[in-house]
Design a protein around this ligand. Structure first.
Ligand SMILES: [Ca+2]
Ligand SMILES: [Ca+2]
Length: 401
């Protein structure tokens, strides 16, 4: 073999293996690889902000429910009934109470779920659901557009009221989280529209609803009102925007005690991140995508001053996972040592981490290594935290050892 040929041959193998690793990770994450451009010239530094420590409590998983089909989410309605609601990707919400399952909503005929990241993605119950029966769902419709719509428990799958319809340039990165904040507004996480590298630059563009966290008022106008203190009201940008610069905030949640917002933002090819927004935030944070992936420059074509961006509080590399799955802050009564611990995980490796702020410093620990394909975490009215296993259809509770 000539020297020149050897170099070409070895380069080919290295390039081939990197592409294979990327392809495998994307496939496992259920992300379309084909449209992802090859990114070169990355600045990689070891920064991950939160410091790794030993777990500050011992937990294990206890199987509590099973038999769901491709479950993606679990939540309670805080209506004192004890009903747990599990969202199935194909378009059903199943309620379970004392082991009895009931189909709560079936909109399978409205939902497109052929692709990995499409389907019925989450539900949020109105804070006054117990009295008004109102709830909100997030799904991709038959044409692939993201829909946020309202239903009422009194009328089943009839009388759908569409609040938002956001067309999607690609099938992946559809966001999917709905949650009511402590302020009573509905927060909505949208993805950057898909493909790879956010080549349409939606995350940084405030004239699109893609790549954002939105905040709307479902208690004022029809179908919804804009909270007057949203950051883009009377300024350039869509009035629904609360925060921007996100790639795919698949899951976010509010600390049930403090109201702080934790957003897990799924990364491109290298870094998965957790973002923290204190409860007293006025919104308008730029979480950096596509300028940054985690703490690292991804594509800063306008030479944005990165000091204007809100950095994550933690990141991890694709050597430890492929797709971050945001969870919840534990505020239950069972285990005082874990009070204030934000549990989250990874879809590919099944690792479950805990993250907390202690005396102003962020620290994290590996709490559990599991074999589960974690699609989501869930929480009940008592603050117990669950994991949803997409593959087996089982639900596990995180319990103290
Ligand atoms: Ca505006
Ligand atoms: Ca970021």
């Amino acid at each position: 073999m000539s020297k020149k040929f050897k170099i070409i041959f070895i380069t080919g193998i290295i390039l081939g293996s990197s592409i294979y690793i990327m392809f495998r990770n994307e496939l496992r994450a259920g992300i379309e690889f084909a449209k992802i451009p090859f990114i070169a010239q990355r600045e990689i530094s070891p920064s991950r902000k939160a410091v790794e420590v030993k777990p500050w409590g011992a937990v294990s998983l206890e199987k509590v429910y099973s038999g769901f089909k491709e479950p993606l989410y679990l939540v309670e309605a805080n209506d004192n009934t004890g009903n747990i609601y599990v969202v199935e990707k194909g378009g059903k919400i199943v309620s379970i109470n004392k082991g009895i399952k009931t189909t709560f909503l079936d909109i399978s005929d409205k939902v497109r779920d052929r692709e990995y990241e499409r389907g019925l993605l989450s539900v949020a119950f109105h804070p006054n659901f117990q009295n008004n029966g109102r709830y909100f769902v997030y799904y991709t419709d038959v044409k692939g557009a993201v829909i946020v719509s309202e239903f009422n428990s009194a009328t089943g799958n009839q009388n759908e009221k569409v609040l938002l319809k956001i067309s999607q340039p690609y099938s992946n990165h559809n966001g999917g989280q709905l949650a009511f904040g402590p302020d009573g507004y509905l927060y909505i996480g949208t993805g950057d529209g898909g493909a790879g590298g956010d080549h349409l630059n939606n995350g940084q563009n405030k004239l699109t609803l893609l790549g954002k966290i939105l905040r709307i008022d479902v208690n004022s106008e029809d179908p919804y009102g804009i909270p007057p203190d949203n950051p883009c009201v009377d300024k350039t940008g869509e009035d629904e925007i609360w925060a921007y610069g996100l790639r795919n905030p698949w899951r976010f949640s509010f600390d049930p005690k403090t109201g702080d917002l934790y957003t897990a933002n799924v990364g491109q090819n290298e870094w998965e991140e957790i973002n923290f927004q204190p409860a007293n935030s006025k919104g308008g944070e730029n979480y950096g995508w596509r300028i940054l992936e985690g703490f690292h420059t991804f594509k800063n074509d306008n030479e944005t001053n990165i000091n204007t961006l809100t950095m994550p509080v933690m990141e991890y590399n694709h050597s430890e996972g492929c797709s971050v799955i945001g969870g919840y802050v534990y505020r239950g009564d069972q285990y005082k040592e874990l009070d204030g611990t934000y549990f989250f995980g990874d879809f590919c490796t099944g690792t479950i981490w805990g993250l907390r702020n202690r005396n102003g410093e962020w620290e994290f620990a590996d709490f559990l290594k599991t074999e589960h394909m974690i699609s989501s975490f869930g929480i009940d009215q008592s603050g117990n935290i669950y994991i949803v296993d997409f593959k087996s259809g089982d639900i596990y509770e995180i319990v103290p050892n």
